[in-house]
Design a protein around this ligand. Structure first.
Ligand SMILES: *Cc1c(COP(=O)(O)O)cnc(C)c1O
Length: 434
């Protein structure tokens, strides 16, 4: 399978290049050159397949023979080591729980798949692959845990000192082995700038095989299509048209759903649900895309003012606004609405949503009340509520339990290397310290 750049469909590369480069040289994002529709038979028997089996067939459909079949099977099986159950909340309304992985957020799917792919490519070369990742929380923990112990790879996580929650920090500062955490005296933007400068630096580029693990990498996108099929399989007996509501920030998760739809998954509608960072819902309303600086909210993993995967969504519809807005509806919600939904659903349905999932829930509710259609609604629950313990406890006015998978990180000792936000210091560390 070839992948093209969204800036130039004639610029086509193989999977290895797309994954190790991340961003195309012309600053476009890579997309699969073909998205084959899966055979009828696959959908007829889908509910008899395991999650791993169906994910493998989907991966093979998109990736082709760039990876030998047995190797791809191993990669998929390693990625999917945990369930993604659909849980009934109310009549015709379900949560797709994507938080049963090691760091308890859906980013585990993308990070685990990408780490295995890069590990496979690293085996075929002499040089170690160095992955640089700037994080404000969830990405760093998923990437660090995904790459932990993967031969031929080394991960450097940069994060702003004092600006991530304790539980998030512990998930990427306690791992050792091939994971190094740099605690930067600065902001998240400083961390991102340091990573960007490193990619442009000749000395670093000649010494290291550098790559990034941010959400624009196609290797993180592909596995995000798997669980849409799995949700469909779990709800196959429902018969009503299926609507997915996706709490979105950079829109990688929604793009994964659109890939599944293009592969033939019968989805009636996608809902782009956001917090007050609502540039995509506004685009869906007006046809105008106006990125702007992000605003801080209680669903902070979605505080994105210029969503990077928007160009991929446009590309999937050939830039056709009418076609795009037929398939995707958009709604935005305030922190107050989010908190109210969390309290109501907890009281009425005994289900505890995290602030991100709550926005997905609200998106579905809004859609159903506006359209009055008979549909089966599924919202993506993207993280375990305990990952956002402070916000959740403040919202519910009561204490919540920390699952043992998260608790075990809290008991470990944090190990970081402190550094300033100056590029020369960071560069020196990479040249001498790695
Ligand atoms: C990253 C993240 C999101 C947003 O996903 P995108 O693919 O960037 O739209 C939503 N919820 C949680 C918990 C996240 O960590």
């Amino acid at each position: 399978m070839k992948f093209y750049s969204t800036n130039n469909r004639d610029l086509q590369v193989d999977l290895r290049t797309a994954v190790t480069q991340g961003l195309a040289p012309d600053n476009g994002l890579y997309m699969p050159a073909q998205i084959p529709v899966l055979p009828e038979e696959f959908f007829q028997t889908i509910d008899q397949l395991s999650f791993q089996e169906m994910a493998f067939l989907v991966a093979q459909n998109l990736i082709g023979d760039d990876i030998p079949g047995l190797e791809l099977k191993r990669i998929v099986e390693h990625t999917i080591q945990f369930d993604a159950p659909v849980v009934k909340i109310e009549q015709d309304l379900y949560a797709l729980e994507l938080f049963h992985g090691p760091t308890m957020a859906f980013k585990d799917f993308g990070a685990r798949f990408m780490s295995q792919l890069l590990g496979y490519f690293a085996q075929q070369q002499d040089q170690e692959i160095v992955i640089l990742v700037a994080t404000s929380g969830d990405t760093g923990s998923a990437v660090a845990n995904g790459f932990l112990g993967v031969k031929g790879t080394r991960v450097v996580v940069l994060y702003p000192s004092g600006k991530v929650s304790e539980i998030q920090e512990k998930q990427f500062t306690t791992l050792d082995h091939n994971i190094t955490a740099l605690e930067v005296d600065g902001t998240f933007d400083d961390c991102q700038r340091l990573v960007k400068e490193a990619f442009l630096d000749k000395d670093l580029r000649s010494k290291f095989f550098l790559t990034s693990a941010n959400s624009i990498n196609i290797a993180r996108l592909i596995p995000q299509s798997f669980y849409y099929f799995y949700a469909y399989a779990q709800l196959k007996s429902q018969k009503k048209p299926l609507v997915f509501s996706i709490p979105s920030g950079n829109f990688g998760n929604l793009t994964g759903g659109l890939l599944a739809w293009r592969m033939g998954l019968p989805v009636h509608k996608f809902i782009a649900a956001t917090n007050s960072n609502d540039v995509v819902p506004q685009y869906l309303e007006s046809g105008l895309f106006s990125p702007r600086p992000s605003r801080q909210t209680i669903s902070n993993a979605m505080d994105v003012g210029n969503p990077s995967n928007f160009v991929r969504i446009l590309d999937l519809f050939d830039g056709n606004y009418a076609a795009l807005s037929r398939e995707i509806s958009g709604y935005a919600f305030t922190d107050e609405q989010t908190g109210n939904a969390m309290r109501q659903v907890y009281a009425k349905d005994k289900y505890l949503m995290d602030p991100h999932g709550a926005i997905g829930y609200l998106g579905l509710k809004e859609y159903v009340s506006e359209r009055n259609e008979q549909v089966t609604g599924v919202f993506l629950e993207t993280a375990h509520p305990a990952k956002f313990k402070d916000v959740v406890e403040e919202t519910l006015h009561s204490a919540i339990e920390i699952p043992s998978a998260l608790e075990k990180f809290l008991l470990l000792e944090k190990k970081t290397i402190k550094t300033t936000a100056e590029f020369s210091v960071f560069k020196d560390f990479l040249l001498k310290g790695l």
